[in-house]
Unconditional design. Structure first.
Length: 307
């Protein structure tokens, strides 16, 4: 059994003024996992990260990071965590290198090791060429990568990344994501990634939690979430013109579609069509995407609210 990196039990937060931002959140993230925490604006993602990193006190329930309560053991939890929030700021008048060395020193790393770690991260995050430029001269993408480097100076066991690719162009967002994925595999870190950028999330996450209005709607892999949302894998076939197979629907693109319970059914489906005399020019399997799953959950919740 893998170690549990994050555990929340009926965790809740009501802010002063009565806003219930999080309600009854129970989830687990295993060590080494890249977990995508997805939800629209105001869903409660940042609130969850703040509770897990000890910046907020729960109003209900409890949470732990590698078995430690952020409330009772804040220093130990901080030592294990790298946190990158939307508002993480560094010093604009200092260079990238100086910033990283500074934050490494404040994390208690000695001068020599701090320089070494800073240099290593600047190379890893493709910032080596701009290491001596002041942060205020960095583009958004460079600054974002420097923030990511900052979260890594103390070799955390877990990274909490809150929208690490917001404001980035698609190319930089892809670059940051592939860096997150490769850091997770080379450094063995667990990643708790909050985002609404579903396409990027699908590239790097193994499991997801979908949250809206402070409530967790579902948790699991894309396959598991698709199944529980009733989304099916589909077979798509391109046949001879004027062919009309039974039990298939014709799409606007001229292909023929049918639902399957699982993709193992595909070979038998093809065999039966061929033996029934159909000519198959092309065949493919269409799996539900993270986007399909996400909107199914978010929209069905909105529909329930209307009833
Ligand atoms: N300090 C605060 N005081 C009062 N209400 C707050 C505070 N911070 C957040 N909220 C409210 O709590 C709810 C959840 O906010 P949160 O920031 O956790 O959402 P989020 O999922 O991170 O959203 P986004 O995708 O926009 O970053 C929202 O209704 C928000 O207005
Ligand atoms: Mg947020």
């Amino acid at each position: 059994m893998a170690e549990v990196a994050v555990r929340t039990t009926q965790l809740g937060k009501t802010y002063n003024g009565g806003v219930c931002a999080l309600h009854d959140l129970t989830l687990e993230v295993e060590s080494g996992e890249i977990f995508g925490f997805l939800g629209p604006n105001g869903a409660g993602k940042t609130t969850t990260v703040k509770l897990l990193t000890g910046l907020l006190k729960p109003s209900a329930g409890s949470c732990s990071v590698f078995g430690l309560s952020p409330l009772k053991k804040p220093c130990e939890v901080h030592r294990l965590c790298g946190v990158m929030t939307e508002s993480a700021k560094m010093y604009s008048q200092m260079t990238g290198l100086e910033n990283l060395i500074f934050f490494a020193r404040t994390a208690g790393i000695d001068a020599e090791a701090a320089s070494e770690r800073a240099e290593e991260l600047l190379k890893q995050l493709d910032l080596w060429d701009v290491r001596s430029r002041k942060l205020r001269e960095y583009s958004t993408g460079m600054a974002q990568r420097l923030s990511l480097a900052r979260t890594l100076v103390n070799r955390p066991k877990i990274l909490f990344l809150d929208e690490p690719t917001s404001g980035l162009d698609p190319e930089s967002a892809l670059a940051v994501n592939s860096m997150i994925a490769s850091l997770a595999s080379t450094e063995g870190v667990t990643v708790f990634l909050c985002t609404h950028q579903l396409r990027y999330a699908q590239d790097i996450c193994e499991r997801y939690g979908i949250i809206d209005k402070g409530a967790l709607l579902a948790c699991g892999s894309v396959e598991a979430l698709s199944r529980s949302a009733g989304l099916r894998v589909r077979a798509a076939l391109r046949l001879r013109e004027n062919d009309t197979p039974v039990d298939f629907q014709r799409g606007e693109d001229g292909w023929w579609y049918t639902d399957m319970l699982q993709e193992d059914e595909m070979p038998a489906l093809i065999k039966s069509l061929v033996s029934a005399g159909h000519d198959i020019y092309e065949a493919r399997i269409i799996r539900p995407t993270l986007e399909d799953v996400y909107f199914r959950y978010i929209q069905s919740e909105d529909k329930e609210a209307l009833l």
